[in-house]
Ligand binder design. Sequence first.
Ligand SMILES: [Mg+2]
Length: 221
Amino acid sequence: MSGVRLLGSVADFRADGRPLMVVDVDEVVLRFVAPLSAYVARFGYRLEPRSFAITGNVVREGGGQAIAGELVKELIDCFFRDEVENQPAVDGALAALATLGATCDIVLLTNVPARQAERRAAYLSRLGLGCPMIANEGSKGGPIAALAMAARDVGGEALEVVFVDDGPNHLAAARGTVARLRLVHFVADPAWFAMAPQVGGTWLRTRDWAEVTRAVTALAG
Ligand SMILES: [Mg+2]
């Protein structure tokens, strides 16, 4: 295993012709909501699971009013700066990726801030992962389309492409740009999984990596 290699951009991805699996990191491979919730509590804030969003659900301890979006953004930035090497792995994620890596070309597509991308890649390497990682900003629709095109250029038009993410917006953006994309809506946290809006065209909705492994293996095996 050569560890997790941080690619400079989507254009640096070299497909190997096997079915492509693009996998988000936060709340899919690493826990995000639970450690973020513990982090903001240190500063006198509380993350309330009222709806499937961070912004609008962070309140001051003892108050019910949501704090400003700018402050939430700052807290999340500080969280990644301080905790990017402390986010626990999601149950079953590392074993599943090891298994699926035998039949699929796996790429991690994460919206971790660029400043923390190298540290995230190094941490994921220490956890035993070995695949490329791309640090993205904003919508994932464009990057998914480019990765799928690169994979199908090598593996053929019928090649399976699977995209695993917790974010409804990312899944919806990707769906519109790639033909025959298998969307896996994966949210590790049980409370947040229950609140996650349904995404049209989802192939699999789950918080269980064993279920993902079975489904993708049946496609790609
Ligand atoms: Mg995520």
